[in-house]
Design a protein around this ligand. Structure first.
Ligand code: SAH
Length: 340
């Protein structure tokens, strides 16, 4: 029998297997809690008997990543991890410290299919989806390594979360579960390049998380140049899906906008962006473009003016603080590349 990935299972599902094995139901919660605390082997679960530990070991495996590299920013204490997964693949996560707590930025795939021209994660393409357990591990083991409670999660690392829908939803259920880490949906953001069908499916689940749309251009022509996905799912359709998301969930969408010199930072684009945001009741997050190797794109010199046009048009705007720049931990700089 092939072993199952127990850390991707909810307590109810573990319970069902235990019942089959003739074990009491309450053990499921104990096992689930041990996994959320980072147990790597059933032997660590000291409140289970030796015989049960052995039976579990025969049926299940427990995922855990190794820290292949850890970098700490001298500027702001941001930490970047390169995790080595059990099959030898590697992904990155970043932990940022704010006054209100610590946020972990997690990856959802090894590589990415989307090919956005400004993003390092796109280089080298997509290798595989992460399992729910492997996304959860990034939260568990970052918290353990730093000995802190992670209070917020952003799914803004490597990969397109909505292109790994089932596993991402499963991860959200696991990390939110009160017997596990118990991180509230309102403390979680999911960022997408804009897949309308998947945005609708997410909306139907009516989770109280924040949806961020990586917009980056208010006009489809510019957006298609920057983000190939826009040729398949044009901006108009994506914005309509975001409007439906807002209407079903009551949660305001957030628009991410990386400011690129001479590409998406002109005045007319600010006016058009403000209009799109108004229609959606969305918040706009301007991101100073971060350097990516081999890219001819440069950070905008027009950010202040652009922001003031948005504000004058009544838009709700913030400029994202750039954290972890000295360790290439900023937006768009994460890669699946392994350490040498
Ligand atoms: N695939 C998802 C999740 C990645 S989120 C998405 O596209 O939203 C990472 C965020 O950083 C996205 O908003 C992305 O567009 C942005 N980003 C990528 N490269 C960047 C760069 N060089 N500078 C600033 N932001 C960048």
């Amino acid at each position: 029998m092939e072993k199952a990935d127990i850390k991707s299972m909810l307590p109810g599902e573990i319970e069902a297997v235990l019942a089959e094995m003739g074990e009491p139901k309450f053990r499921a919660k104990q096992i689930f809690a041990w996994l959320a605390r980072g147990a790597r082997d059933f032997g660590e679960m000291t409140n289970l008997g030796k015989a049960l530990q052995e039976k579990l070991r025969e049926r299940f495996y427990i995922t855990f990543p190794e820290i292949q590299r850890k970098q700490v920013s001298k500027e702001d204490g941001t930490v970047k991890y390169l995790w080595k997964l059990m099959d030898g693949n590697a992904v990155e996560s970043v932990v940022m410290h704010y006054k209100h707590g610590s946020t972990v930025c997690v990856s959802s795939q090894v590589g990415c299919k989307m090919g956005c021209v400004f993003c390092a994660s796109a280089h080298g393409g997509w290798i595989r989806d992460l399992k729910a357990s492997e996304i959860l591990d990034q939260v568990i083991f970052a918290g353990l390594d730093l000995n802190i409670r992670i209070s917020n999660i952003v799914m803004m690392g490597i990969g397109e979360p909505l292109d790994n829908f089932e596993n991402v939803i499963r991860f959200l259920e696991l990390v939110n579960h009160p017997e596990g880490l118990g991180i509230g949906m309102r403390h979680i953001s999911v960022s997408t390049c804009g897949l309308p069908g998947m945005i609708d499916r997410l909306g139907e689940l009516n989770l109280q998380l924040t949806l961020s749309l990586s917009l980056h251009a208010p006009d489809s022509e510019t957006r298609s140049r920057l983000m190939p996905v826009n040729r398949r799912y044009p901006e108009e359709e994506v914005l309509k899906a975001c409007e439906r998301y807002f209407n079903t969930t009551g949660r305001r969408v957030s628009l991410e906008y990386a400011m690129i010199d001479g590409v998406n930072d002109s005045d007319w684009q600010a006016v058009k962006l403000a209009e799109a945001a108004r229609r959606l009741g969305a918040h706009i997050n301007l991101i100073p473009l971060n350097d990516v190797e081999n890219s001819p794109l440069r950070p905008s010199r027009n950010l202040k003016r652009f922001a003031s046009i948005l504000e004058a048009a009544g838009a709700n705007v913030t400029v994202r603080r750039r954290l972890g720049g000295d360790i290439e931990a900023a937006c768009g700089q994460l890669r699946k590349k392994a350490a040498h």
